[in-house]
Ligand binder design. Structure first.
Ligand code: BGC
Length: 349
C-alpha cells in the first residue's frame, strides 16, 4: 500500500483526465456537426432572411403572408409596356375642390399602402421615390396627393411618396430637405429614380413621365402662372428627375441655401460640372398648374444666392449629400405617404 499509493493516485487522475478529454471531443464534434447543418440549410423565399433592403414594402408584406401560389405570381409577371395603356390623352381635367378631405383621397387610392404602390398585373419598369419638401402647406399637399397618386398609377410605376417636413420655424431649406429625402428613402428601398417635387405644382398631362432618363430631366417646361413658357434657358426648378447615380455623382443639392431661390440653379451647375445634359419633355406635355399661394413666412428671398452660386464649382464636393447632417424627429408611415419630420438646423448667421 505504502508504495502503491502515489502510483495509483497518478493512474486514477489520468483516468479522469482521459474521460474528460473524450467528453470534450464528443461535444466539439456535435457542435461542429450542427454548425455545418445550419450553413447548408437553403434560405427559403419567404423567410425573414429574404426581407432585406431592396424589397418593396408590398413584397415584404406578400412574403410574410404568402402561400406558395402567391409567391410564384410576382416572378411570373411580365414587364409593363413601354407606354402604359392607361395614360389619358391630352390635358387631364384638374379639380381643386375646397371641400376635398384626406379621407376621400385615401378611399380613392386603396391600392396604395403606406404611400407605396406597385402595378398588380405587370412589373414596373422603374421604382421611383417622389420627394416633396413641405412645411405648413396642408391644402396644397392634399390637392397634390389627390392628383398625383392616380397619375402615377396610370403610368404603371412602382413608386412611393415621401413628404419631408422641416421641424421648427427656422428659415426654410428646400434643398437640404430633398437631400434628407433621398437619404431616408434609400433606407427603405434601392429606388432607381428620384423626383424632386414642389408641393404646389400639379402635372396636367399623363405623358409627362415620372421616369428617369440617361440624363437629368426637368419636367416643368411651363406652368399656368407664367403662360406655360420656360422661365429661362437654365431653369431647373419645380419638378426634376434624377436617377440614384446621377444625384449621387453631383453630391446632391447644396445644404446652404436658406430661404427662397438659387438651390435649383446650384443643382444645374453641379449637373453641368459633371458634363451631364438636362433634357425636357415637349412643351405641350411638360405643363403644370400651380396652386396659388402667397410667399410663406419663413421662406424669404435668399439675398445671398448669387454669391453662393458663384462658389458652387469650388465647394460642391464638400457641400451636399456627404455633409448633410440632420436629426429625424419622426417617421410615420401614413396611408398615402411616408411622413418624415426633420430638424435640419438653421442658417449659420
Ligand atoms: C431662382 C430660382 C427660381 C427661379 C424661377 C431664380 O432667380 O434663383 O431658384 O427657381 O428664379 O423662379
Amino acid at each position: 500500500m505504502g508504495f502503491c499509493l502515489p502510483v495509483c493516485k497518478v493512474f486514477r487522475r489520468g483516468k479522469y483526465l482521459f474521460l474528460f478529454l473524450i467528453s470534450l471531443s464528443v461535444l466539439a464534434w456535435i457542435a461542429n456537426l450542427s454548425g455545418e447543418t445550419m450553413k447548408e440549410a437553403p434560405v427559403s423565399f419567404a423567410t425573414p432572411q429574404a426581407l432585406v433592403k431592396g424589397e418593396s414594402l408590398r413584397e415584404k408584406l406578400n412574403a410574410l403572408t404568402a402561400t406558395p401560389d402567391r409567391l410564384i405570381t410576382p416572378a411570373a409577371k411580365e414587364q409593363c409596356p413601354e407606354e402604359s395603356p392607361l395614360l389619358r390623352k391630352g390635358a387631364v381635367k384638374l379639380s381643386f375642390e375646397s371641400s376635398l378631405k384626406l379621407k376621400d383621397v385615401e378611399s380613392d387610392n386603396k391600392a396604395v399602402i403606406e404611400g407605396e404602390f406597385e402595378p398588380s398585373d405587370c412589373t414596373a419598369r422603374q421604382s421611383v421615390a417622389i420627394l416633396i419638401p413641405h412645411r405648413g402647406r396642408e391644402k396644397h399637399l392634399l390637392y397634390l396627393l389627390h392628383h398625383l397618386h392616380p397619375f402615377l398609377q396610370r403610368q404603371q410605376l412602382h413608386y412611393a411618396i415621401y413628404i419631408i417636413q422641416q421641424a421648427g420655424d427656422a428659415t426654410f431649406n428646400r434643398a437640404k430637405l430633398l437631400n434628407v429625402g433621398y437619404l431616408e428613402a434609400l433606407k427603405d428601398y434601392s429606388w432607381d429614380c428620384f423626383i424632386f417635387h414642389d408641393v404646389d405644382l400639379v402635372p396636367e398631362n399623363d405623358h409627362n413621365l415620372y421616369f428617369c432618363d440617361k440624363q437629368p430631366k426637368h419636367l416643368v417646361v411651363g406652368r399656368n402662372a407664367t403662360g406655360y413658357k420656360l422661365r429661362y434657358k437654365g431653369y431647373f426648378g419645380g419638378v426634376t428627375a434624377m436617377n440614384r447615380d446621377q444625384f449621387f455623382q453631383v453630391n446632391g443639392f447644396s445644404n446652404n441655401y436658406w430661404g427662397w431661390g438659387g438651390e435649383d440653379d446650384d443643382l444645374r451647375v453641379r449637373v453641368e460640372l459633371q458634363k451631364m445634359k438636362i433634357v425636357r419633355p415637349p412643351a405641350d406635355i411638360a405643363r403644370y398648374t400651380m396652386v396659388f399661394h402667397k410667399r410663406d413666412s419663413g421662406n424669404q428671398i435668399n439675398k445671398d444666392r448669387m454669391r453662393l452660386l458663384g462658389r458652387t464649382p469650388l465647394v460642391w464636393r464638400k457641400d451636399g449629400l456627404n455633409s448633410c447632417s440632420y436629426k429625424t424627429m419622426s417617421l410615420e408611415r401614413l396611408p398615402l405617404y411616408v411622413n418624415v419630420t426633420v430638424d435640419i438646423g438653421k442658417p449659420l448667421s
